[in-house]
Design a protein around this ligand. Structure first.
Ligand SMILES: [Fe+2]
Length: 170
């Protein structure tokens, strides 16, 4: 999926056009289902502008962080919800118990694959987050779109976009 969507050949549009497209998107994992997605983007950006008035790059980052959800739309392949929204997690190594909904990972074929189910799996200790593959979703897609289009946003912005769905359960 990452390879297919990494081609970035689906459409060309402005950021605002993309924000408007999100009005047709329902994220079933989002607790604020009543609000259209575009409201979520604007509220995020405005809340961050209030808290960090001088960090204009952060306002923009908030505005665009969820645009990858357009993968749910027919013109972008209408991917199922599980492939686009919800939490992301590292792949290629044992699923950590702090992953959200950990018990369901038992049904993932990688759970029993000896190449993947050790603590470090395919990675070497200390290899760095940049070398760890995460499950694909709207985070990774928007990160690719921004990066490959030569965004002038700072690397911190790309980091936020790429990992904003990476959570751990306490
Ligand atoms: Fe998101």
């Amino acid at each position: 999926m990452r390879e297919e969507y990494g081609k970035l050949d689906k459409a060309e549009m402005s950021i605002w056009e993309c924000c408007e497209l999100l009005n047709d998107v329902v994220d079933e994992s989002d607790p604020d289902l009543d609000e259209p997605q575009i409201m979520h983007l604007l509220q995020s950006a405005e809340a961050i502008r209030k808290d960090y008035p001088d960090e204009d790059w952060l306002h923009l980052t908030a505005l665009i962080h969820d645009l990858g959800k357009i993968l749910l739309l027919p013109q972008f392949g209408q991917l199922p919800q599980w492939a686009v929204v919800g939490d992301i997690f590292p792949v290629g190594c044992a699923f950590d118990k702090s992953n959200v909904h950990y018990k369901y990972f038992e049904e993932n074929p990688d759970y029993k694959n000896p190449n993947y189910n050790t603590r470090n799996g395919v990675y070497s200790q200390g290899c760095g987050l940049n070398n760890v593959l995460m499950s694909f979703g709207h985070d990774d897609y928007m990160y690719l779109v921004a990066k490959e289009n030569g965004t002038t946003l700072p690397s911190a912005a790309l980091f936020i976009i790429r990992y904003h769905s990476l959570y751990r359960k306490n």
